[in-house]
Design a protein. Structure first.
Ligand code: G4F
Length: 326
C-alpha cells in the first residue's frame, strides 16, 4: 500500500507533537504547518518536536491567510489533514475575542475550503472541545448534549464544529470532529492550570517560589493524557463514515484535588502554598465537565490508558526533574 501522507496544523503544540510521533510510528509521511517565526527559532519554538524533526516536512503558513494555506495544501496534497492549530487558551479569548474568532473560525473555514477545492478526497479532522458544552444541561456530556459555550473560545469551537459538519453534509467530504475533554501531559503549556500547578510544585520544592496563585479551585474537569487522545484522532479518520466523537476519561476532579495530589507527590501540603487570586477568575466559568466516551469505545475500541492519579504523578515527576536540572 502507498505511504499515507498526513498534514498537521498546530504540529508544534502538545497534541501536534504526540500525533506526529504516532503517525510516524504507523508509517505515515508527516507534514506540518508552522509559523515562519518557528522555522527561524527552532530551538525554542520547535522544542516539542526535537526528537523527530529530521523525519518531518515543515511548511510555513498562517491560519489567518487563505492564500498561504492554499499554497501548502496544493503542494502537499495530503490524504489526511488534522486541524489542531488554534488560539486555545480560554482565558485569553476573553481578552481578545476578535483575534480568537479570526484565528479559530476563519482559519478552519479557509482550510475546509482549500481542501474542498484542491483535495476533496482528503479526510479532515477538526479539533472540537468540551469547552463547547460550557454550561452543560447534563453530566456526563455526550455527542447528544446541547452546546452552551461560556467563552469566546467555546463559541469559536462551536462555529468550527458547525462549519465542519456543514462541509461534510453539503459537499460529501470526510470531515470528523473530536470533542476532546481536557488532555494534559508533561508537554502541556505553562499557562494551563495543570502545568501551572506541577511547575510551581517543582519550583516551590527547589525553594525558588513560595506561593501558587490560582483562580477557581472548585472548577471540575475531566482530565486525560494527551498521548491517548491523539490516537483517537487518528482512529476517527479510519472509519467507514465520518462522524463526531466525545473523547474523555469519564471521571471529573476539581482543581483543588489536582493541587492536593500534585503537592503530595512532592511531599508537600497544598494548603501551605496555594493562594486564591481573583485575577485568575474568568468572567464566565465552566463549572463541571465530565465526558461519556462510550460511542468511541463501541465504534473503534478507544479507551484511556492513563487516569487522574497517574497523570498528576507523571507531570509532577517530569517537572521535578526538569527544574532540578535548571
Ligand atoms: O487549564 P485551563 O486553562 O483549561 P480549560 O479552560 O478547561 O481549557 C482547556 O481544555 C479545553 C477542553 O475542555 C480546551 F478546549 C482548551 O483549549 C484548553 O486546553 O483551566 C481549567 C480550569 C478552569 O476552570 C479555570 O478557571 O482551571 C481553572 N483555573 C483556576 N485557576 C485556572 C487557574 N486555569 C488557569 N489556566 N490558570 C489558573 O490560575
Amino acid at each position: 500500500m502507498a505511504t499515507k501522507r498526513a498534514l498537521i496544523t498546530g504540529i508544534t503544540g502538545q497534541d501536534g507533537s504526540y500525533l506526529a510521533e504516532h503517525l510516524l510510528s504507523l508509517g505515515y509521511e508527516v507534514h506540518g504547518i508552522v509559523r515562519r517565526v518557528a522555522l527561524e527559532d527552532p530551538s525554542n519554538r520547535l522544542n516539542r518536536l526535537s526528537g523527530i524533526l529530521d523525519q518531518l516536512h515543515l511548511h510555513s503558513a498562517s491560519l489567518e491567510s487563505f492564500p498561504s494555506l492554499y499554497g501548502v495544501l496544493s503542494e502537499v496534497r495530503p490524504d489526511e489533514l488534522y486541524h489542531l492549530a488554534a488560539q486555545s487558551f480560554v482565558s485569553y479569548s476573553f481578552e481578545d475575542s476578535f483575534s480568537t474568532f479570526h484565528t479559530n473560525i476563519d482559519g478552519t473555514h479557509y482550510l475546509l475550503e482549500a481542501v474542498r477545492k484542491l483535495v476533496p478526497e482528503c479526510r479532515f479532522y477538526f479539533a472540537g472541545s468540551s469547552e463547547m458544552f460550557g454550561h452543560a444541561p447534563e453530566v456526563p456530556q455526550s455527542e447528544q448534549t446541547r452546546f452552551y459555550p461560556r467563552s469566546p473560545y467555546g463559541i469559536s469551537k462551536v462555529t468550527g464544529f458547525d462549519l465542519s459538519r456543514n462541509y461534510r453534509e453539503s459537499y460529501d467530504m470526510y470531515v470528523a470532529s473530536g470533542i476532546l475533554f481536557n488532555h494534559e501531559s508533561p508537554r502541556r503549556g505553562f499557562e494551563f492550570v495543570t502545568r501551572k500547578i506541577t511547575s510551581h510544585v517543582a519550583r516551590i520544592k527547589r525553594g525558588e517560589l513560595t506561593k501558587l496563585p490560582l483562580g477557581n479551585l472548585e472548577a471540575k474537569r475531566d482530565w486525560g493524557f494527551a498521548g491517548d487522545y491523539v490516537k483517537a484522532m487518528h482512529l476517527m479518520l479510519q472509519q467507514e463514515k465520518p462522524d463526531d466523537f466525545v473523547i474523555a476519561t469519564g471521571e471529573t476532579h476539581t482543581v483543588r484535588e489536582f493541587c492536593e495530589l500534585a503537592f503530595a507527590e512532592a511531599g508537600l501540603n497544598y494548603e501551605d502554598y496555594v493562594v486564591v487570586d481573583p485575577r485568575f477568575y474568568r468572567p464566565a466559568e465552566v463549572h463541571v465537565l465530565m465526558g461519556d466516551a462510550s460511542k468511541a469505545k463501541q465504534q473503534f475500541g478507544w479507551e484511556p490508558t492513563v487516569l487522574f492519579p497517574e497523570l498528576v504523578k507523571m507531570m509532577v515527576q517530569h517537572d521535578l526533574e526538569l527544574f532540578q536540572a535548571k
